[in-house]
Design a protein. Structure first.
Length: 138
């Protein structure tokens, strides 16, 4: 069995943002040489998420609206976590959207269902963050 590790780095200029990282993950699979296995894609920060869904702008705006309704950014005073930082909402949004995703690798390609893509979702940007790609297989 083979193992491969790679990191992606992000520094979004806005507080929140969504990035399609499917091509980056497939590139890592190509670099790994793994033809059959699994890839874990993990947000390495507690205020960011990795998930799978459709790459459609209306859905992306629906995520933003839905998450802001569940855990609004302001007023900052509503969150006990806030004090040193004003990112209490970002921690909650990350919990809702999840930390990571796992995708099967079949014949050297990400084995997706219809319309599936991998996304990095930033909830507290304007600083460097990273995503771990860990591949195992043969």
């Amino acid at each position: 069995m083979r193992s491969f590790r790679k990191e992606l780095y992000f520094n979004l200029p806005t507080r929140r943002g969504l990035v399609n990282i499917t091509r980056d993950v497939q590139k890592a699979v190509d670099e790994s040489g793994v033809r059959e296995g699994l890839v874990l894609v993990n947000a390495m920060n507690i205020t960011a998420s990795v998930f799978i869904n459709d790459d459609e702008s209306g859905l992306h705006q629906d995520y933003e609206d839905w998450l802001e309704g569940l855990a609004p950014e302001k007023p900052y005073s509503r969150y006990r976590h806030n004090g040193y930082e004003d990112n209490g909402d970002a921690h909650l949004k990350r919990t809702i959207m999840g930390r990571e995703t796992v995708v099967a690798i079949t014949e050297g390609s990400l084995d997706f269902g219809t319309w599936e893509q991998i996304f990095y979702f930033e909830f507290d940007g304007k600083r460097e963050k990273r995503v771990l790609i860990k591949i195992i297989g043969e």
